[in-house]
Design a protein around this ligand. Sequence first.
Ligand code: FE2
Length: 269
Amino acid sequence: MKIAFIGDIVGRPGRDMIKNYLPKLKEEHNIDFVIANYENASHGFGLTLKNCNELFSYGIDVMSGGNHSWDKKDIIPLFETHEILRPHNYPEGVEGTGCKVYDVAGEKLAVLNLMGHYSMPYTDNAFRCAQTNVERLHSEGVANIFIDFHAEATSEKRAMMMLLQGSVSGIIGTHTHVSTDDFQIVKGTAYLTDIGLSGCRDNVIGMDSKQPLKQFLTGMKGHFDIPKKCKKILQIAVLTIENGGCKSAYKLKIFDDSRVIQSDAWLDD
Ligand code: FE2
């Protein structure tokens, strides 16, 4: 199966890039299934019902979340009505789930959404949650497993890869909005510390730079906004998976002036 992953979609600029490029990309790259992170999709914070329906209409199959999953009140019913996840290591009793299994190209694919610990809300241990659920999925005969690990610290993401290499198909990080240059396949596990945002590329993590600059210059906090006009980017990873292992993977950076930069994941044993 060939799956694609898009990280943090930030506001309307991010949604516009999905609208303008995803349907064509799915066709050109023979993509069977698309996973994307919604947590910043509605004006940078959370997800509304309207934007949820809009994003699914462009060809996304399931959306994962993070610490901003809860920022719009629409989210709670969406866990029941749409293919919407939130980090699985939120404690028992919290609405929603972060792990679901889908039928993709005649096989099972599990999507597991986890959240790290550094500079994040208090949750159950992401690493133990990952271990327990990967073991459970294997015992249920699910070999193809993709993880969106939503975390601030690069070390946590790298450690997750060391823990799970050889037992899952892919681990790609989200949350920092800044892409890293370490796409690799180790023991059949595709790994990228952070895929980076889809949205404005010429401000500060997809947000209008005025408030972040004011905050850094004065120490005074304020509301972050999405720029009215900006240069945009769509960042998408494409993974070919066979029998639970990732055989090849590449990332595309698509600019709104139609430039495309492709980088292949390097292969390690
Ligand atoms: Fe986040």
